[in-house]
Design a protein around this ligand. Structure first.
Ligand SMILES: [Zn+2]
Length: 254
């Protein structure tokens, strides 16, 4: 294999790693947004249920006050009824007492209905509070984890880029240019082997570029084997090389 190709294959391996790590780094802002979004939602849910609980407590106090007031009124009406002198007065007082009694019963009924919601309201608020605390803890640990991983990846990327620069500097300028041109279009896949596709039942097939499967002509293959120059695919411009089949060599030895 041409030395430049061998070297460029090493550069390509580093480029693949660089591409992968850059993709990972690019995903962090989105991951972080999701974590922040979760916290916002938990805060909203907590605020909503806490407000509902507060409203419930207010309604309950108001209801209790109303109950006290009507009870007082009822007692007053009873006293009044006991104090009447005439049958006519008695009739009026009885009516009043009956009226207050109905009022009191109505309030009691409403109070019962309200109190039925007490457990549910308090449970929802407590659950949302517990969930918020859980999310807040998660937010903190995730913030730390994401920051650490981000810095780790960035350091790793810098190391890879330094190594890449070093490996790439060992390639001659002309080959560098050919590689860089192909890299723009086929990141991490710009140096490819020639593959031989054999139709079923035939022992001779056509040679093609492993990148685009365009045919590699016999004279091009000869030039690749001469190892004098970098040969590129006439269709896609990828750098071509011939794969050495170690496995068949080994089997011959065995
Ligand atoms: Zn090609």
């Amino acid at each position: 294999m041409l030395a430049e190709i061998k070297q460029l294959l090493q550069v390509q391996e580093l480029d693949k790693e660089i591409i992968h790590i850059k993709e990972t780094i690019a995903r962090y802002p989105k991951v972080w947004e999701q974590v922040k979004d979760k916290l916002t939602k938990a805060r909203e849910a907590q605020a909503l249920t806490a407000a509902a609980e507060e409203k419930f407590e207010k309604d309950k106090r108001r209801m209790e006050q109303k109950l006290r007031l009507t009870s007082d009124e009822y007692r007053r009406a009873q006293t009044q009824q006991n104090a009447v002198k005439t049958a006519k007065e008695y009739e009026a007082a009885s009516k009043q007492l009956e009226h207050v009694k109905r009022q009191m019963e109505d309030i009691q009924k409403r109070a019962e209905l309200l109190l039925e919601k007490e457990d549910e309201t308090k449970k929802a608020a407590a659950d949302a509070q517990a969930e918020l605390e859980k999310i807040e803890a998660l937010y903190k640990s995730e913030k730390k984890r994401i920051r650490e991983q981000f810095n780790e990846k960035k350091t790793h990327l810098e190391q890879l880029e330094a190594r890449r620069l070093e490996e790439f500097s060992r390639v001659d300028a002309k080959s560098q240019l050919i590689y860089e041109r192909a890299l723009v279009r086929y990141p991490g896949n710009s140096v490819v082997p020639v593959v031989n596709e054999k139709p079923a039942g035939s022992d001779r097939g056509t040679n093609g570029c492993a990148g685009c499967y365009f045919e590699v002509l016999p004279e091009e293959l000869v030039r690749i084997r001469q190892e004098n120059d970098i040969i590129t695919c006439t269709n896609c411009g990828r750098l071509l090389y011939e794969e050495v089949e170690y496995s068949s060599e080994h089997s011959e030895v065995g």
